[in-house]
Design a protein around this ligand. Structure first.
Ligand code: NCD
Length: 301
């Protein structure tokens, strides 16, 4: 049984395919969600979140589990208690699954190693956001009807500071996808993936584009005069895409007209809200798996 998801690497290829199938079975109502009424889930988010926390909550409710959000701002961590002590106290009250988001990249592994209950990383620093990458994979898998081999994804923007980009760069190539990084030099990490500073050039070959938000909260130096300057070169616009029928992804929150222009967000090529919708079913499948001892048996029926 998988009880901890810290990074996408914690799941192998066939485990991921089983999760995608299960998520799709929930989506198409081909499987009845289990009723996990006796399971208690707690989310501790040390960074802000809209989609991710609401998505986990929505998924937990559909599974019949109890879900509470721990109020980090009002907790004793602000009175000097260590994070680990806070977590151990919560665990001691009897909880089946802890979900965390934290600004330090190594936080999730550290929490997971010190907890006995099931654990899911909902975002750790700039390093990892495994559930976002899995829902991105599900969105692409469904859009391309499972045929991901050889498809090129252009990831555009602040790649260096994006845990979403990092997790996708690990996960998508395992399903045959090719990565092309598109960013100004200061937003590019050291990487073995091909890269370009030209969005126009990337659009000539990309089969799908993923926009990213500029992670200004993680910048120690201001690199562009303003986000508007950045947008001149890197905002995804209808006019650059012309009539190319390629899907557009973005994890949200979107900086409108900086990452993607309004018109393109409203265009049928934008799968941004489809990602959000599929995220709920993916998280249902994942939480069911973390909370069910005989999951392999359950999904066989
Ligand atoms: C992302 C995150 O928090 O890493 N959002 C999300 O979870 N959907 C991306 C971001 O904040 O830009």
């Amino acid at each position: 049984m998988l009880t901890q998801l810290v990074h996408t690497q914690d799941l192998n290829h066939s485990e991921i395919l089983a999760l995608l199938d299960r998520a799709n079975a929930f989506l198409h109502q081909k499987a009845t969600p289990p009723h996990l009424a006796h399971k208690r889930i707690i989310a501790l988010f040390f960074e802000n979140s809209t989609r991710t926390i609401a998505s986990f909550q929505n998924a937990a409710m559909r599974l019949g589990a109890s879900f509470s959000v721990f109020n980090v701002q009002k907790s004793s961590t602000s009175k000097g208690e260590t994070l680990l002590d806070t977590l151990h106290n919560i665990e001691a009250m009897g909880v089946d699954l802890i979900i965390t988001r934290h600004q330090h990249s190594s936080s999730a592994r550290y929490f997971a190693q010190n907890l006995r209950c099931a654990f899911i990383n909902a975002g750790s620093g700039t390093l990892s956001h495994p559930t976002q990458a899995l829902l991105d994979l599900l969105t692409l898998y469904n859009h391309f009807e499972g045929k991901l081999e050889g498809k090129q994804i252009a990831i555009v923007g602040d790649i260096k500071n994006s845990r979403v980009a990092n997790s996708n760069m690990e996960l998508l190539p395992r399903f045959g996808m090719k990565i092309l990084l598109v960013a100004p030099p200061h937003f590019l990490p050291p990487t073995q993936h091909p890269s370009t500073h030209s969005l126009t050039q990337a659009l000539e070959t990309a089969d799908v584009i993923m926009g990213l938000r500029t992670q200004t909260e993680r910048h120690s130096l201001q690199t562009y005069g303003s986000l508007r300057d950045y947008a001149k070169d890197f905002c995804l616009r209808r006019v650059c895409l012309q009539d190319r029928q390629i899907p557009i992804l973005h994890p949200g929150p979107v900086h409108r007209n900086i990452d993607i222009e309004d018109a393109l967000l409203d265009d049928p090529r934008s799968l941004v809200l489809e990602q959000v919708k599929l995220g709920v079913f993916l998280r249902m499948a994942l939480m069911e798996r973390c909370l069910t001892t005989d999951w392999a048996e359950v999904i066989r029926h």
